[in-house]
Every structure is written in structure tokens, then in C-alpha cells.
Design a protein around this ligand. Structure first.
Ligand code: SAM
Length: 265
């Protein structure tokens, strides 16, 4: 189970999971609820413009970094623990014609390989919850931001205790295991030196993502039933049960998705 792994194992587990074919089959290359529309909204809340030097911490396959560069004309550096994701991000930026505005590096959110005050904006989507040492990650994000710089997170949040039967989902999506309440994230960020918080409920985006996964599971079931697909290791019954439980947990407010923006003091 995820909670028995040490910090390094959790990072490797998460990076390996999010570079896998199965995740790409269900989520594509945008690995967070709300898709690029929510990324754009986050950029607007943060007031991004072409003048900004943006860092995307745990950038995945570079979809958001490339989108922000295209939409706002800003320079974006993406960092991810997965070398495979970084290679995919570089390819994506080149294919989209924004490689002159983007740089991607392999590294750890808890030890950012950048100088103090190197950026004026930092984003991190659906990733803060996966960092085993959130205090270190928050301190690093504050360190690389210039004073007055803006942080924008969108992330999984958990209110209360998760039921036992959802444990397999925790192993499957390492994300949820490390998620806290919005208040816990804010407290950690305040201690790192952030002020002036903006908080938005994005639960509808999470619900939409899980419902989309459910639709894909039904499509896969149909294709397998018609003999058009070999399911291999995929346990459809378990997948459908977990997706249904995820919907119940979102609708009951136990699991959510939250946007948090703040300014570095
Ligand atoms: C849910 S995905 C989100 C990716 C991207 N932000 C997006 O929204 O498309 C989580 C990402 O966090 C990365 N990751 C996990 N732990 C990390 C760490 N300690 N430092 C940097 N990246 C990390 C994983 O490799 C994965 O790409």
C-alpha cells in the first residue's frame, strides 16, 4: 500500500504510474481534472502575461506548459520526476512550435534545481498531494519565486477519513493517498511564506473526469464483449466499482479538487 512506501518509493511509484500506457488510455496527456480549460483559468487567476517566467512543478508530459506558452506567450520551465515524461514534453513543445518558450528538466519538487527568485510564477497541477514532504516542496516553491511572485495550485483534496474499501484506489492513484484538506495545504503554504490566498472549489471538474473514465470503461467492456479488444491485465469489474465509489466520494464531499493561488511575501 502507498502509505507503507518511503518518500523515494512514492515518487517513483507516482512517476511510473503517470507515464504508463493505461493512464494515457484513460486520461490522454493532460493528467489533471478540468483539462487545459482549468489550466487557462488558473493562469488568469494568477494574472499571467508574456512577461512572466513560469515554473510548472511536476509538469507531466508538458501539456499545460505548452498551453500556457501558447495562450499567454510566457516562458515556461517544466520539471518532472519522470524522465520519460520530460522527453514527451520536449517532443510536444517542438511539435506545437513553442520550444523557444519552454525548457523541461528532470528533477524533484522537494529539491528544485533552480536559483533563488528564478521565477515570478509557479504552478503545480494535481501534484502537490503526491509529494511526500509537502513542507519541503512548499519551501522550495517559495525559494524559487521572487518576492511578490504568484503560486497557483490545483489539487486533490480529502475531507475526513477515506473508507477502507477505497484502499485499492489509493494504490492505483497515488495522488489521493497524500491529499489533505484545503486548510492543511493553506497552512503548509503560509508557513512557507505565502499570503493573500484565493481558493476555488473545482469539484465539478473532478466529477467530470471520473465520469469520463467510467464512460471509457463501458466502451472498453463493449469492445471486449464483441471480441474486438484483449483486456490483458485490466480488471474491468474492479475498475467500474472503484470509479463508482469515486463518484460517491466526490458527491458526498469526501474527495474534491481545489484551486489555491497565493502570493510569496
Ligand atoms: C497527476 S500527474 C500531473 C502531471 C501534470 N501536472 C498535469 O497536470 O498534466 C503527477 C505528476 O507528478 C510527477 N511527480 C511525482 N512526484 C514528483 C516529485 N517529487 N517531483 C517532481 N515531479 C513529481 C509525476 O511524474 C507526474 O508526472
Amino acid at each position: 500500500m502507498v502509505d507503507k512506501l518511503n518518500g523515494r518509493e512514492i515518487k517513483i511509484c507516482c512517476a511510473t504510474f503517470y507515464e504508463s500506457d493505461i493512464v494515457r488510455m484513460f486520461l490522454g496527456d493532460v493528467l489533471h481534472p478540468g483539462g487545459l480549460a482549468l489550466t487557462c483559468h488558473l493562469g488568469e487567476v494568477m494574472g499571467l502575461s508574456a512577461r512572466n517566467r513560469v515554473l510548472d512543478v511536476a509538469c507531466g508530459r508538458g501539456a499545460s506548459a505548452v498551453h500556457l506558452a501558447q495562450h499567454f506567450g510566457c516562458h515556461v520551465t517544466g520539471l518532472d520526476y519522470s524522465q520519460d515524461n520530460i522527453a514527451a514534453a520536449e517532443e510536444h513543445a517542438t511539435a506545437q512550435g513553442v520550444s523557444q518558450l519552454t525548457i523541461f528538466s528532470n528533477g524533484d519538487a522537494e529539491r528544485l534545481p533552480f536559483d533563488d527568485s528564478a521565477f515570478d510564477s509557479v504552478i503545480s497541477e494535481c501534484s502537490f498531494c503526491t509529494f511526500p514532504d509537502k513542507v519541503a516542496a512548499a519551501a522550495e516553491m517559495a525559494r524559487v519565486l521572487a518576492p511578490g511572485g504568484i503560486l497557483g495550485l490545483t489539487d486533490m483534496t480529502v475531507n475526513g477519513t477515506l473508507p477502507e474499501d477505497i484502499q485499492p484506489l489509493l494504490s492505483w492513484v497515488a495522488c489521493v493517498a497524500g491529499a489533505g484538506t484545503p486548510e492543511q495545504y493553506i497552512e503548509t503554504l503560509e508557513q512557507a511564506g505565502f499570503i493573500d490566498f484565493t481558493v476555488e472549489d473545482c469539484n465539478a471538474a473532478l466529477l467530470e473526469m471520473v465520469n469520463d473514465v467510467r464512460r471509457k470503461l463501458l466502451g472498453i467492456e463493449l469492445a471486449a464483449g464483441l471480441g474486438k479488444l484483449d483486456l490483458g491485465d485490466i480488471n474491468l469489474t474492479k475498475g467500474k466499482h472503484l470509479a463508482k465509489r469515486a463518484v460517491e466520494l466526490i458527491e458526498s464531499g469526501v474527495v474534491g479538487y481545489t484551486l489555491i493561488a497565493a502570493r510569496r511575501n
